[in-house]
Design a protein around this ligand. Structure first.
Ligand SMILES: *Cc1c(COP(=O)(O)O)cnc(C)c1O
Length: 369
């Protein structure tokens, strides 16, 4: 296996998680979100697995949609940020991409646009997220304009996005939902609102289409959540191995800046993984790492290619021993909390230097299929 870090991608876990979406939203179609390289898992391998199992795929940008088409993906693809200009409209037509229309400029562009192949569109309504979307007050006029527009195929669907669905106690989600529902029933349009947090936390918001992202990858969408509690299995396990076991004296300083001082004579292990691979540089001492299936603590600073571990609890540790940085047996949710970030950022941030391999993983042991 060599000492290079690997991201082991478990496609059976992905299929299991999609099944959990179906179970939670049995009456909705699934728009599976594969933006940002499928949350760092590899756009094409994830899209190939989901293409037939989900009802459509969503990306953020036109370029991501084109990459899917060029790889032969033929299902519906929705571009969540829509098109920015005439050239992107041309590309959307050529590659049969569906566009989210979220501002009046885009509505006007479509009204001016001449095409023999009208585009399927989703009109985004801002119900409180205040990022993209038309205010509720002007959404119905925009809806009528798009419905009458020659460049738009049929009636647009309506879409909104929740700002607080990661917190099951936050009433803002239901406030947004009620506002959205009043629009969609007035216009009689097909609707999509729920991201992962809403699918699991507010089943009543599932509507015609759900848009799961993070839960597909086996990660809890909730603050302080755990995938296991939500019935999800992690798709990515980031692994590497021990490349040195060294013995230091009490008072010796470890790594850059010498910020961590050995409190006693002790063994310190070095694992080949660092921020150059996407391991968070701000992970503090005490962040857990699974070494030979046993939890040990990070010590010292994370460097570009390496981290150092406190081996006081494992005298039997040897060079070549496997280490899991996150994944099966060590939830990425926990590493994200330790490093003051969110699992989304850690997953998206795994760099191209890491080898991606597809394997089924169970109980922390990788078995090739
Ligand atoms: C990213 C995204 C999603 C998926 O969100 P998760 O929290 O990962 O489930 C859904 N809808 C929109 C508009 C998004 O940008």
């Amino acid at each position: 296996m060599g000492s290079a870090p690997r991201a082991v991608i478990d496609l059976a876990a992905l299929r299991h998680n999609l099944g959990q979406v179906r179970a939670a939203a049995p009456n909705s179609r699934i728009l599976a979100v594969v933006k940002a390289n499928a949350y760092g898992h590899g756009l094409l391998r994830i899209a190939n697995t989901l293409e037939r199992a989900a009802d459509a795929l969503a990306v953020a940008r036109v370029g991501e949609g084109i990459a899917l088409r060029q790889a032969g993906i033929s299902c519906s693809i929705v571009v969540l940020e829509g098109g920015a200009d005439q050239q992107e409209l041309n590309l959307a037509v050529t590659h049969r991409l569906e566009l989210v229309v979220h501002n009046l400029e885009q509505v006007k562009q479509l009204q001016r646009y001449k095409t023999h192949t009208p585009l399927a569109c989703w009109l985004k309504v801002d119900t409180g997220m205040h990022r993209l979307g038309l205010p509720v007050a002007s959404a119905s006029a925009a809806y009528q304009a798009l419905s009458a527009c020659c460049a738009v195929a049929g009636k647009p669907r309506l879409i909104t996005h929740f700002a607080n669905a990661d917190d099951p106690a936050d009433p803002a989600t239901l406030t947004q939902w009620k506002l959205f529902q009043s629009m969609t029933s007035l216009l009689g349009a097909e609707a999509s609102a729920a991201n992962s947090g809403a699918i699991l936390g507010w089943p009543e918001t599932c509507a015609d289409w759900v848009r799961p992202g993070i839960m597909l990858y086996g990660v809890s969408p909730f603050l302080n959540g755990r995938a296991e509690t939500d019935g999800l299995s992690p798709v990515m396990s980031l692994q590497s191995q021990l490349i040195a076991v060294n013995h230091y004296k009490k008072g010796d300083a470890i790594g850059y800046g010498g910020s961590w001082i050995c409190p006693q004579d002790m063994a310190v292990g070095v694992v080949s993984i660092g921020y150059g691979d996407g391991y968070p540089r701000h992970a503090p001492p005490g962040t857990p790492v699974l070494l030979n299936g046993q939890r040990v603590s990070l010590v010292g600073r994370v460097s570009m290619d390496m981290i150092t571990l406190d081996l006081r609890g494992c005298p039997e540790a040897r060079v070549g021993d496997p280490a899991i940085l996150w994944g099966v047996g060590l939830p990425v949710e926990e590493i994200a909390r330790a490093a003051s970030t969110i699992p989304y950022q850690l997953l998206c941030g795994v760099t191209a230097r890491v080898d991606f391999v597809e394997e089924q993983v169970s109980d922390g042991q990788a078995e090739s299929r």
